[in-house]
Design a protein around this ligand. Sequence first.
Ligand SMILES: COc1cccc(Cn2ccc3ccc(-c4cc(N)[nH]n4)cc32)c1
Length: 228
Amino acid sequence: MRIDVVSIFPAFFDVLEVSLLGKARGRGLLDIRVHDLRDWTHDRHRTVDDTPYGGGAGMVMKPEPWGEAIDAVRADASGPPVFVFPTPAGRPFTQRAARALATEPHLFFGCGRYEGIDERVFDYAASVGRVELLSLGDYVLNGGEVAAMAMIEAVGRLIPGVVGNPDSLAEESHEGGMLEHPSYTKPASWRGLGVPDVLLSGHHGEIAAWRARQSEQRTRERRPDLLA
Ligand SMILES: COc1cccc(Cn2ccc3ccc(-c4cc(N)[nH]n4)cc32)c1
């Protein structure tokens, strides 16, 4: 999978050189290319924002640099990417959305700043490819970078070969629409706290049943919306 990221803070994504995704890049499983939106400006101050039409506080990102960035990535790719723009005004980014994006050969993450991106950028992107306006959660960040990083990690780890043991992906929270069961490891007693006996019993069927009950109870208590 190829991932292009466009931001006015490209250094924010340096962390993608390390950890699991960094190794995946080194193994050719992920081709992540980070770009500075200001590379597509042409004035002395490399301007990317301007005042909003209709008035209001803050600044809006100008459409021209984004249009040139989109065209530059398109020109350098075999087919149109899926354009992902994190925004508080988007549909929720969920594990289901991550799974869907993980099947795509090419993603373009557009990271906005200020009060957001001129709406015509989304319209233009939709005229040349599929656009996903996605929210990381119901809170407001200062820009799209943190959300894009989370989305890139959630999608990247689903690419075959990126995570060592693919079986672990199937048991995680939200994979089956439920929260995952509690986990324990050695020591068996720690600061006076023990481990549920069933996990030490070696009875795999009883362990699986206990884990299923724990998942259902935890989901009902913490995320009843997932059971609706
Ligand atoms: C667009 O409306 C906005 C209103 C006030 C501030 C901002 C700041 N901002 C700029 C670009 C941008 C991209 C994503 C997000 C974001 C996503 C989630 N889940 N929270 N926050 C926030 C962003 C935007």
